[in-house]
Design a protein around this ligand. Structure first.
Ligand code: PLP
Length: 230
């Protein structure tokens, strides 16, 4: 068994254990393998072990890997910051975009989604605790952006995404997710079923608080080496 296969099995077990521990429906949490900075071979190894959903942060890097892996039946998720000059490629080459944080970007993605493809799945990124980062909308702006994006014809609004500031303590890890989950529930928008949160360091807390997609990089593929060239 390869290292990636063993790690994948380990993460799947952690997810299943957390689903049981926090009374989540078995199989209700999707594992998104975050492959940024990792070569196509690493994706292929995870694919061979059964993984189908992969997340990328950098457009050019992702497009290159998509080409190399053209024969694979992969569902591609974009989870990185979005510049408006990249929306056409995102709308064309991805199945999901988790990091939508303005109406302008959402509108461009809808307009640029090719007509032969199904609506693009999107999540709205909410800045829940990480004041240092500029990515994501404020919780107070979520209701309005939901309303605006829900009517765009070539998008399917699925839910929310968050990247809180890293915490060691379990209760502190839970707090921002709890806040976001409650705020979304209060909106009473039945289509908002996706909660894209939880990474290698806080997967359990995220599942405890309602995550439906955990985005796991390091625990699956090992530490990333940016080598100054991201
Ligand atoms: C890199 C990244 C991840 C994965 O983080 P790990 O800590 O390596 O699991 C998840 N989500 C986003 C948005 C990322 O950029």
């Amino acid at each position: 068994m390869t290292t990636i296969t063993q790690r994948l099995k380990h993460i799947q077990t952690q997810i299943a254990d957390a689903e049981r521990a926090y009374m989540r429906r078995p199989g209700s949490v999707l594992l998104l393998a975050v492959s940024k900075t990792k070569p196509a071979e690493a994706i292929a190894a995870a694919y061979q072990a059964g993984q189908r959903h992969f997340g990328e942060n950098y457009l050019q890097e992702a497009l290159k890997k998509q080409q190399e892996l053209g024969a694979y039946d992969i569902t591609w998720h974009f989870i990185g910051p979005i510049q408006s000059n990249k929306t056409k490629a995102l709308a064309t080459h991805f199945d999901w975009v988790h990091s939508v944080d303005s109406f302008k970007i959402a509108k461009r993605l809808s307009e640029q989604r090719p007509s032969h493809l199904p609506p693009l799945n999107i999540c709205l990124q909410v800045n829940i605790s990480d004041e240092a980062s500029k990515s994501g909308i404020a919780l107070a702006d979520l209701a309005q952006l939901c309303e605006q994006t829900a009517v765009l014809p070539n998008l399917k609004l699925r839910g929310v995404m968050a990247i809180p500031a890293p915490q060691q303590d379990f209760e502190q890890q839970c707090q921002p997710y709890k806040t976001l989950y409650q705020a979304v529930s209060a909106l009473r928008q039945p289509e908002l079923l996706t909660f894209s949160f939880g990474m290698s360091g806080d997967l359990k807390a995220a599942i405890a608080e309602g995550s439906t997609i955990v985005r796991i990089g390091t625990a699956l593929f090992g530490e990333r080496d940016y080598g100054g060239s991201k």
